[in-house]
Design a protein around this ligand. Sequence first.
Ligand code: GLU
Length: 284
Amino acid sequence: MGEAGVEGVEVTRFAPSPTGYLHLGHVYSARVARDAAREGGGRFLLRMEDIDPGRCRPEFEEAIYEDLGWLGFEWEEPVRRQSEHMDDYGEALARLEGMGLLYPCFCTRREIAEEIARAGAAPHGPEGPLYPGICRGMSVGEREERMGRGEEYAMRLDVGRAMEVAGDLEWVDLERGVIRARPELLGDVVLARKDVGTSYHLAVTVDDAIQGVGLVTRGEDLLEATHVHRLLIALLELPVPEWRHHRLLTGADGKRYAKRDGGVTVRGMRERGMGVEEVWGQLP
Ligand code: GLU
């Protein structure tokens, strides 16, 4: 028997990005997903979130498999690598575009920062000021002209319009209860980056649906992202999972673990001669 609410969980997943070595926070997160699958009699998947060619490296991906294996994790093969499924994200993007919910954004970071400074005050999200909508109202003529000139552009979600189409939405967090979706918290998010035909929000939503993930577990730093994902799920008519956002572990200094902290990476601990049990012993 599992914990209340977890019975019948089919599939959970741990979805790291191979941009560094796993640290204790990742191990904790992977354990939350694995244990939920075990308790619900379900399956535990590992997924490589490797859409960012500038930051992902094969040696980190290799290290993730090695370190998780060393710690005794078992997952199903084949591992889904996002970089191999760009067509799936392209299809979802085209569907949203066909619904008139996307717009091309030609802005550079600098232009966005300048516009925010000019406006004096801008609504803030968890990651700073929201995109101030510069390209949202651009005429079709200007869009076509700039695209024709070969200017690079991202595709953004017109969140206001998307919320009108989707109507009121709710989602369930197993620790927090029923939550009213507020996708506007992140503003007009990027769904396809200039350099990559997708983004975290789109890829994770599409993948969780394709992989049949019934319980999405991840750190509470991604709580706001879930509001956006719930909206995308509604727009794309995908099955709605449940979520569990777990606490983030902190080190002795009270700060969140980060990939750059060599001391708390699984790799670093192994190299210092720590055993598997000792590493597990570091977790709450
Ligand atoms: N790839 C994300 C990360 O490493 C996690 C995504 C998720 O669990 O939804 O932070």
